[in-house]
Design a protein around this ligand. Structure first.
Ligand SMILES: Nc1ncnc2c1ncn2[C@@H]1O[C@H](COP(=O)(O)OP(=O)(O)OP(=O)(O)O)[C@@H](O)[C@H]1O
Ligand SMILES: [Mg+2]
Length: 405
């Protein structure tokens, strides 16, 4: 072909759909760029139909400290693609530490005592439960694999290699449309020692963080190589090391979690009010719910305890009503959060965090639109933007429990 007829192509360009997927992931996951990038790559390959046949769509191993988003990113993928974090089948390896417990996973052979009572967790039906016309991808997560029994390891090795699983009753499960995630916080304690210099303090910030990132990665990968067999490591397509979240990242996680609570509030029949936190209140929640050792692990619990429970009390005693604006502050005298009504809200024309590609997901929202003003909680209370009366939005019959698990 002559040069004149040659058309140069751009193989780095991604589809609009993958771009949307990435944007949606970044909205839910703070930092962890490598993990986000890995998911987008795999998604794009799957969409193009180029994943290798006879193997899982991808075998990913997530390493790194506790509370850094390893489990969360998989749930987020379920939410984005299928409108539901439960679209992820989660195997808690800690529950299968004894080899006989494997029956809970694959069912027991016919004729065994209790055969009828065991419902295997991984079946073709459960794998395809959330499939849509448009997207036939399953998400399977093995959490805390370092706790898996030998029997579970054998099973896992088979899945990773051949993308098939044989159930107790000899049915075969095909996992070639399945993306396999495995998480482990192996090396996590070494990493936090690294971060704190073993003294319980964060290292001074003058240490170049690139060097630290490299160290974190090496620590985790080495721990994995020590613990896991080469035949296992060879079946992994990509090892992603999650990094401990820095204080400003933890703050972003707080914003995301508070937004989720705000959505829940707006989803209740009588609770359509807006709340805002002062800086002091936010700092209190960050102190309570995050730290260098546990990342954001306890943040949700702190928010439930200090924000959601009091809000529930206020609601059920009629102290707050539809359309109110609530200010949540830190009271240093009582050493707890204080709640005050500051006026009537105007908001409540809200549009949903639209699940990207799932039509079914829209009905899960009762067709109602909810859009929380960006960073509603990130700043101190601002004047409401509009003065329209609160729209008595139709109330979704079903509450979404799933965004907060
Ligand atoms: N990078 C992140 N972006 C957004 N939220 C995060 C992130 N990391 C942690 N969180 C929040 O903290 C909670 C705990 O994180 P997650 O369950 O993903 O931890 P993990 O890395 O799986 O830890 P473990 O190893 O203990 O299982 C999440 O539910 C989420 O609310
Ligand atoms: Mg986890």
């Amino acid at each position: 072909m002559s040069a004149a007829h040659m058309q140069h192509l751009d193989p780095s360009r991604r589809s609009a759909e993958s771009g949307e997927f990435e944007t949606a992931l970044r909205r839910k996951i703070v930092g962890q760029d490598e993990a986000v990038g890995a998911l987008v790559d795999i998604y794009q390959v799957f969409r193009a139909g180029l994943h290798s046949p006879g193997r899982p769509v991808g075998n990913l191993l997530f390493l790194g400290p506790t509370g850094s988003g390893k489990t969360r990113i998989v749930e987020a993928m379920g939410e984005i693609l299928f409108g539901d974090p439960r679209a992820v089948i989660k195997v808690d390896c800690a529950e299968f530490q004894h080899s006989h417990e494997i029956a809970k996973l694959i069912g027991s052979p016919p004729g065994y005592l209790g055969h009828r009572e065991t419902h295997p967790l991984i079946t073709q039906e459960t794998l395809s439960l959330y499939h849509t016309e448009n997207l036939k991808l399953s998400l399977l997560l093995f959490d805390e694999i370092e706790k898996a029994s030998d029997a579970l390891w054998q099973l896992l090795l088979g899945i990773l290699d051949k993308a098939t699983l044989t159930l107790g009753d000899n049915r075969r499960v095909d996992l070639s449309q399945t993306l396999i995630f495995m998480t482990s916080n192996l090396g996590g304690s070494d990493i936090s020692t690294l971060m704190t210099g073993g003294l319980g303090f964060v290292q001074p910030s003058d240490k170049p963080s690139d060097a630290m990132d490299t160290k974190v990665e090496r620590t985790a990968t080495e721990a994995a190589k020590r613990k896991f067999s080469p035949e296992f490591m060879n079946r992994i397509d990509k090892v992603v090391v999650f990094h401990p979240l820095r204080p400003e990242q933890l703050e972003k996680v707080l914003d995301i979690e508070l937004d989720l609570v705000q959505r829940r509030v707006l989803d209740t029949a009588r609770g359509q009010f807006v709340f805002r936190l002062t800086r002091a209140a936010r700092e209190f929640l960050l102190r309570e719910g995050t730290d260098i050792k546990y990342g954001a692990r306890h943040l949700k619990r702190a928010i439930e305890r200090h924000v959601v429970y009091p809000l529930a009390n206020l609601l059920s005693t009629g102290q707050i009503m539809v359309g109110d604006i609530l200010s949540i502050d830190w009271d240093s005298a009582t050493q707890q959060l204080s709640f005050a009504r500051t006026g009537e809200s105007t908001l409540v024309t809200l549009a949903p965090p639209a699940p990207l590609f799932a039509t079914q997901a829209i009905s899960a929202w009762g067709g109602r639109s909810i859009e929380i003003p960006a960073q509603a909680n990130a700043r101190e209370a601002q004047a409401p933007a509009s003065s329209a009366p609160p729209a008595p939005a139709p109330v979704a019959a079903k509450r979404r429990h799933d965004t907060q698990r």
